[in-house]
Design a protein around this ligand. Structure first.
Ligand code: PSV
Ligand code: MN
Length: 423
């Protein structure tokens, strides 16, 4: 595949022309173009194991053909994405949707494709066959200690599996909450959750981190125990130094200022992970950058500024795509997301922070907006393409994927009716 990608990249006169034109423009503005290209080549985002199959809604799921039906095939597909984009060198497992039968063989397969394992995700939002207790009324928050213990034990098993694969973090997302006023006691459910998280934390190896995800609603529609970043932050602080908040773009009420949240968390050294997706209404899990690309750019501005002014020693972030829907070929969809992420990051890297600071101190509101929008309106696609070419990936991943007829090859191997575990 790598050789075929090189062959496709070789016919690139248009790219060379566009890059040199943009490079000249940016050099005049004092931008270090090579530094930006290197930053983009180095930037890596994990792909979740559940995103390789056909997504769906509760109304249906439609076959795509050649869907990976086991973990090995899912890892293979992440390998394809990484070869084509050079931006996806890690996979994030969701347990129990994807449990490796033989962790060392799974680790080897991933390594042979240049992949590693990022944060592992536990799942106490669904009951599993033969499970002793149900999570219908919550897991880590449950009033019944036996249910909480079972959920804590599950998280502990997830840590063990992750450890065998070389992961260094667990992401906990809870569906826990209630759908009717009076159904649950807010204080007790939050207290149980804090206590359960503390017990899971104790089971982590010393070099592991815990990411605590929040979400305002769904599947519960009246109250969610970890409803917002403030609650997650409070729990992370109570749980321990290596417990952090995880921001999922889709887990906010409409119009929430996510860039402000990101800035505050980095200021406190408590932003651990980030789930990319896009949405119009709720947790829509649409392709990154398909609905609100300007918001993504503003978020990247805060992420970059925060990490360049890292007063509280915020650790490097765990980046992951958390999107899945039922219309596109998931490999193409993930590559569109990765591209949108790099485009937003490249634009944010163009912001002249020194000039912006001067304009802010002068309270020159117009100039502040000019600086941001000058960066945002720059067509950075040649920089993104060059960052891929530099690492042997495809100049245009979707074009390469289609020219190489990869989906048809997968269908020939796996058939039209194969189906992925998970969502
Ligand atoms: C929940 O909506 C979430 O964002 C969590 O990260 C889950 O683990 C993931 O999506 C898959 O359901
Ligand atoms: Mn998520």
């Amino acid at each position: 595949m790598k050789e075929k990608i090189q062959e496709l990249n070789a016919r690139n006169e248009r790219h060379v022309h566009q890059l040199s034109h943009l490079g000249e423009e940016l050099e005049v503005k004092g931008v270090n173009v090579d530094r930006i290209i290197k930053d983009l080549s180095d930037f890596q985002v994990a792909v979740p194991s559940w995103a390789l199959g056909a997504g769906g809604t509760r109304f249906g799921r439609f076959r795509i053909g050649g869907e990976p039906s086991n973990l090995e095939e899912k890892i293979h597909d992440v390998g394809i994405i990484n070869d084509l984009t050079g931006t996806a060198d890690a996979i994030s497992l969701h347990i129990p949707w994807d449990i490796p039968d033989d962790p060392s063989a799974t680790k080897q397969q991933a390594e042979s494709l240049g992949l590693k394992f990022d944060a592992v995700n536990s799942n106490t939002f669904q009951d599993q066959p033969n499970q002793a207790h149900s999570y219908k009324f919550g897991s880590l928050c449950n009033e019944n200690k036996s249910v909480r213990d079972q959920a804590i034990e599950h998280n502990s098993e997830v840590i063990d599996i992750g450890n065998a694969l070389g992961s260094k973090a667990i992401t906990v997302w809870l569906a826990d909450g209630s759908s009717f006023p009076g159904q649950a006691n807010f204080r007790r459910t939050l207290g149980h959750t804090a206590d359960s998280l503390a017990q899971i934390y104790q089971r982590m190896p010393d070099d592991w981190s815990m990411f605590i995800e929040y979400k305002p609603y769904e599947p519960n529609f009246y109250h969610t125990v970890i409803q917002d970043w403030g609650t997650s932050f409070l729990l992370a602080n109570e749980t321990g130094d290596r417990a952090y908040t995880l921001v999922d773009l889709g887990h906010h009420l409409p119009n929430t200022n996510i860039e402000n949240i990101v800035s505050t968390l980095i200021y406190q050294g408590k932003l651990g992970g980030f789930h990319f997706n896009d949405s119009k209404y709720g947790d829509d899990d649409l392709t990154v950058g398909s609905i609100k690309p300007y918001q993504l750019f503003l978020i990247f501005n805060e992420l970059i500024y925060g990490m360049n002014n890292n007063v509280a020693d915020n650790p490097a972030l765990a980046w992951m795509i958390d999107a899945s829907h039922n219309l596109k070929d998931p490999i193409e969809d993930l590559m569109q997301s990765l591209d949108a992420i790099l485009v937003a990051r490249a634009k944010a890297l163009l912001i002249d922070q020194e000039k912006l600071k001067v304009a802010q101190l002068n309270q020159d509101v117009v100039e502040c907006q000019q600086i941001l929008q000058d960066a945002y309106r720059t067509d950075v696609r040649p920089l993104v393409a060059e960052s891929r070419i530099k690492v042997g990936a495809a100049l245009d991943p979707i074009h390469a994927y289609r020219s190489l007829e990869i989906r048809n090859n997968l269908i020939a191997k796996r058939g039209m009716d194969s189906s992925a575990s998970g969502l």
